[in-house]
Write a protein that binds this ligand. Structure first.
Ligand code: VG1
Ligand code: CO
Length: 543
């Protein structure tokens, strides 16, 4: 089948952020924007030529169009085989699973995660490497470098490919396998967790709801919870994927999943509720009248890891992103296992997972996962909680409260200031950087600063260094304030302020979170002058 080579010119704004390239849909539709990025991947990732590429996305608006373009470019560029999810669908963790299972050279995952979708929403694309994980910085830098010098791209002249019928088709020399997006992933989940115990729990009168937020996890959740685990129909809500997520932010947090939170309230509240995001890699865990912070969730799962069949022998180590609370550090210390602090973004866990140094890892931003894939995994976290609940026979609240009594409680909150002018946000970080040397030993809101730095990470496996990853100010009482700018936003800049206070005394572990963090909120304002510098009195989102 013939293909055509078109000339193009580089786009300057194709540097991937925290999690791939994320832009407004209209940007992706402009000129050759998508094709330039895809050609830059195909030009720089040589194993794809003649090799296997996994392709799928969260089904948001533009997903189908992008899949057709990528299939035609894969064909014209000599990719050997593309494995594509039926209908163009694959959750991010399922894409990671499929890349690993079939030994693919890499994958293209189409999503803007928890960002809104639709013609006026966001779209995104990222390249995952052969280990199933988001490309590390050296790879994304190669792709970016290529995008600056690209002068042409190749597209097959063939017609539209049928991606809705399961099976193999030949598209000229390219073989296309359309697979069930759920099957491989569901099989992997069954190899990890105690499905019999969870099935017993779900048939014992235990009430659960899973909110798929009209995003990708709907079909996965229906099959796992209702078909395999026997939960009653209606357990999964908002389970039909929609191109615009029903007009909502498919973002599982207390603000955007407020309807789900309401189902857990009061005497009639369900025992367990959970939600996932647009592409299925995030999770929120709720008990009756109880919210589990993602940082606590990681710590509790690490402490209970041996209850999960795949980890019955224990876990070698854990990792958390820098702004994530230090709750898991205390568990690692008690277990005598390694604990790593990495920059924000799942790609930084990849080497540690590949090397077998860690089995569980997580981020404060509703991300939890394990060595089973190389992405964070929302449904894995939900199943892990169900497995622990089934094994312990206690409520979510009792498990977490007992955890705090044993290890101490890390009160935690993130304050986001969205849509700030980039110049002002950068000025705030710059001025904090300048203050860092003078902070240690000084007193902020009555407590002495133990250390203050701009976080830099040296990967213990390959020695690569990532600097400028966020401002950390630690106090002698174990509390912390962290400042960093988002790398996933598509409008202006977002300043994130992360607050954490450690409370070992069980009699002081039931304070309302913002009240418990009041001193740190004041300390953050006094050291960073947030109001004056960015002109905002209050955060736009508090989680
Ligand atoms: C945010 C989160 C980060 C997460 C990233 C991708 O990044 O803070 O922890 O890894 O989103 O998540 P940032 O740079 O905006 O803070 V996902 O679910 O979007 O792929
Ligand atoms: Co996501």
């Amino acid at each position: 089948m013939p293909f055509t080579t078109y000339s193009t010119h580089p786009y300057k704004d194709q540097r991937p952020g925290t999690s791939g390239l994320r832009k407004r849909v209209e940007v992706f539709r402009q000129g050759n924007y998508l094709k330039n990025f895809v050609q830059s991947v195909l030009d720089s990732q040589h194993d794809l030529i003649g090799g296997t590429l996994v392709l799928g996305g969260d089904g948001r608006f533009f997903n189908r169009d992008a899949i057709q373009v990528i299939l035609k470019m894969a064909s014209a560029n000599g990719v050997g085989k593309v494995i594509v999810g039926q209908g163009g669908l694959l959750s991010t963790p399922a894409a990671s699973c499929v890349i690993r299972k079939y030994g693919a050279a890499g994958g293209l995952v189409l999503s803007a995660s928890h960002n809104p979708g639709g013609p006026d929403g966001d779209f995104g694309i990222k390249f995952n490497t052969a280990n199933g994980g988001p490309a590390p910085e050296r790879v994304t830098e190669d792709i970016f470098a290529r995008s600056l010098e690209i002068s042409n791209f190749r597209v097959s002249n063939g017609g539209e490919v049928d991606i809705d019928t399961l099976g193999s088709v030949d598209f000229d020399k390219l073989k296309i396998d359309v697979i069930d997006p759920v099957a491989d992933y569901a099989e992997l989940m069954q190899s990890i967790f105690d499905f019999d115990a969870i099935r017993d729990l779900l048939s014992s009168g235990f009430r659960m709801r899973f909110d798929a937020m009209h995003a990708i996890t709907g079909p996965y959740a229906h099959y796992l919870f209702e078909t395999l685990l026997g939960a009653p129909a209606g357990t999964v809500i908002n389970g039909e994927p929609l191109e615009d997520f029903g007009g909502h932010h498919p973002d599982p947090n207390l603000v955007h999943a407020a309807d789900l939170v309401a189902l857990t309230r009061g005497a009639g509240g369900v025992d367990f509720a959970a939600a996932s995001d647009g592409d299925g890699d995030r999770n929120m865990i709720l008990g009756r009248d109880f919210f589990v912070t993602p940082s606590d969730s990681l710590a509790v799962l690490a402490a209970n890891a041996t209850l999960i069949p795949a980890h019955h022998g224990g876990i070698p180590g854990v990792a958390r992103s820098m702004p994530t609370s230090q709750a898991v550090d205390r568990v690692a210390q008690a277990l005598g296992i390694e604990c790593f602090e990495t920059p924000t973004g799942w790609k930084f866990f990849g080497n540690l997972l590949d090397a077998g140094r860690i089995a569980f890892c997580g981020e404060e931003s509703f991300g939890t996962g394990s060595s089973h894939v190389r992405e964070k995994d929302g449904l894995w976290a939900v199943l892990a909680w169900l497995n622990v609940l089934a094994a312990r026979g206690q409520s979510v609240a009792d498990i977490v409260t007992q955890h705090w009594q044993q290890y101490g409680r890390n009160y935690y909150s993130r304050h986001d200031y969205e849509g700030v002018k980039a110049k002002k946000a950068n000025a705030l970080i710059e001025s904090l950087r300048a203050k860092l040397p003078g902070l240690p030993g000084s007193i902020l809101e009555g407590v002495e600063v133990a250390y203050a730095d701009d976080f830099s990470y040296t990967d213990p496996i390959d020695g690569s260094v990532s600097s400028g990853q966020g401002i950390r100010i630690g106090f002698v009482d174990g509390s912390r304030v962290v400042f960093r700018l988002s790398g996933t936003g598509t409008v202006g800049a977002t300043l994130r302020v992360y607050l954490e206070a450690y409370e070992p005394d069980p009699s002081r572990q039931q304070i309302e979170t913002q009240a418990a963090l009041a001193r740190l909120i004041n300390a953050a304002e006094s050291v960073a002058d947030i109001r004056a510098t960015i002109g905002r009195d209050t955060p736009s989102v508090i989680t």
